[in-house]
Design a protein around this ligand. Structure first.
Ligand SMILES: *[C@@H]1O[C@H](CO)[C@@H](O)[C@H](O)[C@H]1NC(C)=O
Ligand SMILES: *[C@@H]1O[C@H](CO)[C@@H](O)[C@H](O)[C@H]1NC(C)=O
Ligand SMILES: *[C@@H]1O[C@H](CO)[C@@H](O)[C@H](O)[C@H]1NC(C)=O
Ligand SMILES: *[C@@H]1O[C@H](CO)[C@@H](O)[C@H](O)[C@H]1NC(C)=O
Length: 403
């Protein structure tokens, strides 16, 4: 519009000068001026109308979401949680690495103030049943590029096969001082633009992932209690969310009100006792040498019913720092079992021959999830598998992907 106004002003200027110089053409000029003005006005209204039409659909949906919000605008605020100093009496406490000591000091703290919230994400209590699949993506503040690419690829909020897919990133805080302020500002800006960030004021560390999950499950019961299904995963995976919707829609008599927990099933393992491992869990944290069956935390699917049950169970199970194992513990306590889904490849794809391209889009059209994909590759892959001209004949002729 500004360009049009600019052109108009220049034209009038020009015509005025012309008008003064050549009085002879006076009458013709004023007629021309009227004509030009009329033409521009017409153009202005046509363009305006076009823009309005384009916005109607999106606005309708956003409006619906805003008006039906149960406005609980104030995020939860809790009194700060004190460290439990008596954990230092635990046997050999002094020999434990600092992050494990920290875990033990703050293990009982389950509530932290919310810094960013999207209370109308699912449209409120009743309306949340309009959301078929809620994507819940664990993301640390620094992972800006990952979030950006997910927003325009597999985590794009959209209607697919007639149902809504919605997205939230869940985050804590990182760094301290000025840097922490800057990181929080980044999330705030992103949330302003996209309405997709839940952030709590706790340190976003690997050992606090269980805390993040519990806080999310609590949030979900409050703001999205009736979503049908959830995908819970990392921000560096490739998730074929189209296939997820199709798989979930194909379930027999389960629209989210029955148990479902499926992914890369891990069984018959226990805590790693070697200090150098990322997954090190000393006896002071968990005495038992075995874990219940669970699904790898890179990404799994669950029903709204199961999310609620896990949250319920979590209230009485002490926190274990490994978040995916903790989910398994909650399931076990509720008498529910996690399942295996062949399409979830948290350990990567098993490409039949080394001569084949392991990033052949034809493999990724079929799976539900593959770990680990960085932004550029995610973008290319998502575009390629949606290319109507993608030809996968060569895979049918040779070998299919190993299952
Ligand atoms: C544990 O340590 C605290 C001080 O940190 C002390 O007051 C308390 O008596 C100790 N408790 C036990 C059971 O040893
Ligand atoms: C503090 O730690 C001690 C020792 O592990 C434990 O017995 C006690 O229950 C803890 N207190 C809280 C509030 O979690
Ligand atoms: C978890 O977050 C709390 C709150 O910020 C922090 O005090 C604690 O050290 C963190 N725990 C770990 C293991 O990083
Ligand atoms: C959650 O637990 C409460 C009591 O602790 C129980 O009444 C309720 O039925 C449970 N809900 C689910 C979904 O397990």
């Amino acid at each position: 519009m500004n360009i049009l106004v600019d052109i108009l002003i220049h034209l009038i200027d020009y015509l005025f000068i012309f008008h003064c110089r050549y009085r002879m053409g006076r009458i013709i000029l004023s007629r021309l001026l009227v004509l030009v003005l009329f033409g521009l006005l017409l153009l202005f209204f046509l363009l305006k109308d076009f823009n309005d039409q384009r916005n109607i659909h999106v606005n309708d949906i956003e409006q619906k979401h805003k008006t039906l919000t149960p406005i609980i605008s104030k995020p939860f605020v809790w009194s700060s949680c004190q460290q439990n100093t008596s954990v230092s009496n635990i046997t050999d406490f002094g020999t434990l690495p600092v992050y494990i000591k920290n875990f033990l000091f703050y293990k009982h703290c389950r509530h932290f103030p919310m810094l960013l919230n999207v209370p109308y994400k699912c449209g409120g209590d009743d309306e949340s049943s309009d959301v078929f699949l809620l994507l819940v993506i664990k993301s640390s503040p620094g992972n800006y590029e990952r979030r950006e690419v997910l927003r325009k690829t597999w985590a794009q909020e959209r209607i697919y096969n007639g149902v809504w897919i919605r997205r939230v990133f869940i985050s804590g805080t990182t760094q301290s001082g000025f840097e922490k302020t800057r990181q929080n500002k980044l999330l705030e800006l992103e949330n302003h633009d996209y309405n997709d960030i839940l952030q709590w004021d706790f340190e976003d560390t690997f050992f606090n992932l269980t805390l993040k999950q519990i806080l999310f499950l609590e949030w979900k019961e409050m703001y999205c209690p009736k979503v049908h299904f959830l995908f819970n995963g990392d921000d560096d995976v490739f998730a074929n969310t189209d296939n997820m919707v199709e798989y979930l829609q194909g379930l027999k008599d389960n629209d989210g009100n029955k148990h479902l927990f499926t992914g890369h099933l891990i069984m018959n393992v226990g805590p790693i006792r070697e200090q150098h491992s990322k997954y090190y869990v000393p006896v002071q944290v968990q005495e038992s040498n075995s874990y219940p069956p669970y699904c790898g935390g890179g990404g799994f699917l669950l029903s709204g019913f199961t999310a609620k049950t896990i949250y319920n169970m979590s209230k009485t199970i002490p926190v274990l720092p490994i978040d995916d194992v903790y989910m398994g513990m909650c399931l076990a306590k509720a008498g529910l079992k996690p399942e295996s889904h062949v399409g979830v490849r948290t350990a990567g794809l098993n490409i039949p021959s080394r001569k084949l391209d392991s990033y052949d889009p034809c493999y990724y059209k079929e799976v539900l999830l593959v770990h680990r994909f960085l932004p550029g590759l995610t973008y290319t892959m998502w575009q390629t598998i949606h290319d109507p001209n993608l030809n996968c004949e060569h895979l049918k002729k040779t070998h299919k992907i190993n299952r």
